[in-house]
Design a protein. Structure first.
Length: 329
């Protein structure tokens, strides 16, 4: 009922709609309408009311509410089930919990379908690759995870991180008019500063993928002193880059739409084309770099990324070494 009232208020943002008209359309009492209007106001919607005119929606809150994300969303499956939280430890953890793998189909006990989106205003225990912490303060970014259930072999699951980077890059370009660069293996940067991180996790049995959870964190607004001072110089946000606020809902919608397009292409065998697009926006290739692993640092010329997603580094002694993980600088 609340969402249907919201739809009526959104239909013509310039005009009032009377309580009587809402009652007639929805078949409810004026008291019920008033109660739902109060709930919407409590959620941050600015709704004017005048006895002779009715109600008028004047402002929508900057919240990642499911009804806002799904309104106008142009996807088949991604984001059609939105689980919204004010605060979670990690959207990836919550998505894995909700995935609840118990069999091969919904009838066998799956609790969440492919495309489920878990999204939160804040993560208290967000993490990146190699277990590093990811700072995700309240309302300052997009902290989301998407559940996928592809019927693919385990050997190509790693490609989802690269595919997701392409999707997010496209979405940011479309919504914000800027072109971030991809840093191998899983970051998006702008002018050398981190803008987005991607963390892909998988559940599998033998040679079968149960599910993949794709975690995406995008800094949309400056977090100021909410970020440890030792890393603030390494990070940036979309509002800092563009000089204006960014609609988080619009960007989430665009990310979901681009991710679904890339995902469908991948399932249809289109990874070579996606890999070429990834390479064309990667700032880690064809230059002198240092690759830091858990135990050593290697220097050399970054030649290419192969079809396995591994970085090929020509060391100073001429040897070509392959890296599947590490930090490039």
């Amino acid at each position: 009922m609340k969402n249907r009232i919201l739809e009526l208020l959104k239909f013509d943002r310039e005009s009032y709609i009377s309580g009587e008209e809402i009652c007639r359309i929805l078949g409810v009492s004026r008291t019920a309408v008033w109660k739902h209007i109060q709930v919407l106001r409590d959620e941050g919607y600015k709704i004017l009311s005048m006895p002779s005119k009715g109600y008028c929606l004047t402002a929508i809150p900057d919240r990642l509410y499911p009804e806002e994300i799904m309104s106008g969303l142009l996807t088949k499956s991604l984001g059609r089930d939105v689980r919204y939280f004010e605060i979670v430890d990690s959207t990836n953890n919550k998505a894995k919990e909700l995935a609840g793998f118990k069999g091969l189909s919904h009838e066998a006990g799956l609790t969440a379908a492919e495309g489920m989106l878990v999204i939160a205003e804040e993560q208290t225990g967000g993490r990146g690759r190699l277990g590093r912490s990811w700072h995700a303060p309240y309302g300052k970014g997009i902290w989301m995870s998407v559940l996928l259930r592809p019927q693919v072999c385990l050997e190509i699951v790693y490609q989802m991180t690269m595919i997701t980077a392409v999707a997010v890059m496209r979405a940011v370009r479309e919504v914000c008019g800027i072109a971030p660069e991809i840093k191998w293996p899983n970051d998006l940067q702008y002018e050398g500063k981190k803008l987005c991180g991607i963390l892909t996790e998988m559940s599998a049995e033998a040679d079968r993928v149960n599910y993949i959870v794709v975690g995406i964190g995008i800094n949309t607004a400056s977090a100021g002193d909410l970020i440890p001072p030792q890393i603030t110089h390494q990070m940036t946000s979309l509002s800092e880059i563009t000089g204006k606020p960014v609609s988080r809902v619009k960007l989430v919608q665009e990310v979901l739409q681009e991710l679904e397009a890339c995902y469908d292409s991948w399932l249809a065998g289109g990874f070579p084309e996606l890999l070429e697009e990834w390479k064309s926006h990667c700032n880690s290739l064809n230059r002198q770099v240092a690759v830091k692993t858990l135990h050593e640092v290697y220097t050399g010329w970054s030649m290419d990324v192969n079809s396995d997603g591994a970085l090929l580094l020509k060391l100073d002694n001429g040897e070509i070494k392959k890296f599947v993980s590490g930090d490039v600088s």
